[in-house]
Design a protein around this ligand. Structure first.
Ligand SMILES: Nc1ncnc2c1ncn2[C@@H]1O[C@H](COP(=O)(O)OP(=O)(O)O)[C@@H](O)[C@H]1O
Ligand SMILES: [Mg+2]
Length: 313
C-alpha cells in the first residue's frame, strides 16, 4: 500500500497536512490521535499546530502551549530546529507550534510557504502531521498542496461533503494554475479560459480536455501535473454502517467529475469516549486504546506507515 503514496526519490519526513472542511469535524482530534498511533509504531513524529483560527493541539495531548515555535526558528532566535520540538508525554512524539509563524508572515507568497515547509521538512523525524484548520484560503490550500499528502476530514453530513468537494476543486484549480511554468501550457490555458469555451469549463476535467484540443502537448503536460494531485479523505463520526461507503463514493465522484484520484485513508466511528478523552486532555488512542475510535485510528495509522498497527496498553 505504501508504494502508492511514497515516491521512490523522496527523502526526509513525510508531510501530511490535515485540513479543509468545517470547524468541529474532528481535524485536530484526528491529527493528534493519528500522530500518536504512528509514533507508537516506533516512527518519530512531529505534530505541527498550524491552525490560524485556534491552535489547541497542545490541549489535546495534555501539555502547555510550547514556548518556542517555528517563528523563533525562522527569525533565528533559536540555534537549532530541535529546540522548537516540544516534548510530549509520549515517546517519539513532539509538538511544534507553527501557527504564529504563519500569522507573522502577512500574506506569505507561495515561495515563503514552501520555505516554511522546507524548514519543517528538515526536522529529524519520519512523519510530520500539520493541523491546518478549516477554510479554503490560499494559505490553507497552498500548505495543503505543498505538503504533498493532503488529508481532508469529512463527516457524513451533506454540508461537510459539499465543503469537501469545494475544497478539492479549489485546491485542484490552484494547483493547475501554479503548474504552468511553460509558456506554451500557460498560453493554451489562457486561450481556453479567455474564449467562449470558458462557459464550458466547469471542472478541471473540462479544462484539461479543452487545453488538449488547443495544444495537445500542453494538454499532456498539464495532465501529467494533475496526476500528481491525489488527496486523501478520512471520514469521521460515522454513526451508521452505510456511512462507511461515503469515502468510496466520494472517490468515484472525484474520479468521474474531476478526473482525480481520491483515496480514503480511514473510516472513524462516532464514539462518545472521544469527547471524554478531550476533556481528560489525553488522546483516545492512549486513554481508551480499546475504544472503537482508537481501533479505527490504528487502522488508518497502518495505512500511513504501510503496516498493521497493534494496540498498546
Ligand atoms: N469520532 C468522534 N466521535 C465523537 N466525537 C468526536 C469525534 N471526533 C471529534 N469529536 C468531537 O468533536 C469535537 C471537535 O473536534 P476537533 O478535532 O476540535 O474539530 P476541528 O479541529 O475539525 O475543528 C471534539 O472535541 C470531540 O468532542
Ligand atoms: Mg482544530
Amino acid at each position: 500500500m505504501i508504494e502508492e503514496i511514497q515516491e521512490p526519490t523522496e527523502t526526509g519526513p513525510r508531510v501530511w497536512a490535515i485540513g479543509g472542511g468545517k470547524g468541529g469535524v474532528g481535524k485536530s482530534v484526528v491529527a493528534a490521535n493519528l500522530a500518536l498511533a504512528v509514533a507508537r509504531t516506533g516512527a518519530r513524529v512531529a505534530l505541527v499546530d498550524a491552525d490560524l483560527g485556534g491552535a489547541n493541539l497542545h490541549t489535546l495531548i495534555g501539555i502547555p502551549s510550547p514556548k518556542r515555535n517555528l517563528s523563533d526558528f525562522i527569525a533565528r532566535r533559536v540555534a537549532s530546529l530541535n529546540e522548537i520540538l516540544a516534548p510530549t508525554p509520549f515517546d517519539n512524539l513532539w509538538l511544534v507550534s507553527g501557527a504564529k509563524a504563519l500569522l507573522e508572515t502577512a500574506n506569505p507568497s507561495f515561495g515563503q510557504k514552501t520555505k516554511i515547509l522546507r524548514h519543517l521538512a528538515s526536522l529529524d523525524v519520519d512523519h510530520i502531521f500539520l493541523d491546518l484548520g478549516a477554510g479554503t484560503s490560499f494559505n490553507v490550500l497552498d500548505f495543503f498542496l505543498a505538503a504533498r499528502r493532503g488529508v481532508l476530514v469529512v463527516v457524513p453530513e451533506a454540508t461537510s461533503v459539499e465543503n469537501a468537494y469545494f475544497f478539492i476543486k479549489a485546491a485542484y484549480f490552484r494547483k493547475l494554475k501554479r503548474a504552468q511554468p511553460r509558456a506554451r501550457v500557460k498560453a493554451a490555458v489562457d486561450e481556453v479560459m479567455r474564449g467562449d469555451a470558458r462557459q464550458r469549463v466547469r471542472t478541471p476535467r473540462d479544462l484539461m480536455a479543452q487545453v488538449m484540443a488547443v495544444d495537445a502537448e500542453a494538454g499532456a503536460a498539464l495532465m501529467e501535473e494533475a496526476s500528481t494531485f491525489s488527496p486523501s479523505i478520512i471520514v469521521n463520526r460515522i454513526e451508521r454502517s452505510e456511512q462507511t461507503r461515503l469515502g468510496d463514493e466520494m472517490g468515484s465522484a472525484c474520479r468521474d467529475y474531476f478526473g482525480i484520484n481520491l483515496r480514503c485513508l480511514g473510516n472513524l466511528p462516532y464514539d462518545a469516549l472521544v469527547r471524554r478523552s478531550v476533556d481528560e486532555r489525553r488522546p483516545a488512542v492512549d486513554l481508551f486504546p480499546q475504544s472503537s475510535f482508537a481501533r479505527a485510528v490504528r487502522g488508518a495509522a497502518g495505512t500511513v506507515v504501510g503496516q498493521p498497527v497493534e494496540a498498546v496498553g
